[in-house]
Design a protein around this ligand. Structure first.
Ligand SMILES: [Zn+2]
Length: 307
């Protein structure tokens, strides 16, 4: 194979083998999940929320997604189970005193210390850098290392004192099995909520129908209580021409109520055979004057005479 110009190169000399796929540093990917929003891929910054599958997000990214779900964005498949802002929980994280903030990393003259986490466990001080398992409580959103929750058995939150149950412990960025378990629990929780909502609705319907019944009852006494008043008015009217009774409404009402007083009771008017139906309909005791459920208000600001 001298350099005589007559050499024929073999295939392997011309064609390079398949490109070596650059291995994604699993460690780096894992760490990235703890410092970047799962939706927007931006650096996590407060307020940070977690979904029911234990993923971490920037709250504003989730809100942006919820405001317009139809907009095309990458990564929306990670939040399809988030129906509303109530499906995510704002996390109560504990700052790591050793964290130097963004500036320390942006200088560029030093190796980005991925092991220095922004947050720590408030109980045992472990850094939330992906090396240790962390959980949040679904009830209050406080975040702890799993070790703290396991070693210090408690039924109230270490940080804020809210009571919680084992079922409220949500693993953050868990492995496949843990996420599957969270998914199962999420579905169970949602099914329970649906049932509770239904029964609540039924209860609400019951309580709504009850006041209507009680509302119906006080209506006749209302009309009845007006009778003595009318009688008193009549008495005043006959006794002295008081200046307070000069208004047209009171005089017309007293005119109307006079026959009632003469009849000696409201029922007698409706029972009088010699009176016409139209005459009877002038009075509140008539069936047409009775208000239906919808027309009955909770308080009465007028006198019943105006009907
Ligand atoms: Zn708490």
């Amino acid at each position: 194979m001298g350099c005589d110009g007559g050499t024929i190169p073999k295939r392997h000399e011309l064609v390079k083998g398949p490109k070596k796929v650059e291995k994604v540093d699993k460690n780096a990917e894992l760490i990235a999940r703890w410092s970047y929003c799962a939706l927007s891929q931006e650096k996590l910054r407060r307020p940070i929320v977690a979904c029911e599958l234990g993923r971490l997000y920037n709250k504003d990214a989730v809100i942006e997604y919820l405001l317009d779900k139809s907009a095309e964005r990458p990564n929306t498949e990670v939040v399809v189970h988030v129906r509303g802002i109530k499906d995510v929980k704002e996390l109560n994280l504990t700052d790591n005193p050793a964290w130097e903030g963004e500036r320390a990393n942006s200088k560029g003259d030093r190796y980005e210390d991925l092991h220095c986490a922004m947050f720590i466990c408030p109980v045992v001080g472990l850094e939330m850098n992906g090396k240790h398992k962390f959980c949040y409580l679904h009830t209050c959103g406080c975040v702890f290392s799993e070790r703290a929750l396991r070693e210090v058995k408690t039924e109230i939150c270490h940080k804020c004192g809210d009571p919680f149950q084992d079922d409220d412990i949500m693993v953050l960025n868990g492995n496949k099995e843990e996420v599957e378990r969270l998914q199962q629990r999420m579905e169970e929780r949602r099914a329970r909520a649906k049932v509770a909502k239904k029964s609540k609705k039924n209860k609400a319907a019951e309580t709504v129908s009850k006041p209507e019944d009680t509302k119906e009852n006080p209506a006749p006494p209302k009309a009845g209580s007006s009778e003595p008043k009318a009688a008193a008015e009549n008495g005043e009217d006959g006794g002295s021409s008081g200046p307070g009774l000069s208004s047209s409404s009171s005089s017309s009402s007293s005119k109307l109520s006079r026959p009632i007083a003469a009849g000696g009771g409201k029922r007698s008017i409706q029972e009088m055979a010699e009176k016409s139906e139209i005459y009877k309909s002038l009075f509140t005791s008539h069936s047409t004057a009775k208000r239906t459920k919808e027309q009955t208000s909770n308080w009465v600001t007028h006198t019943p005479y105006h009907f």
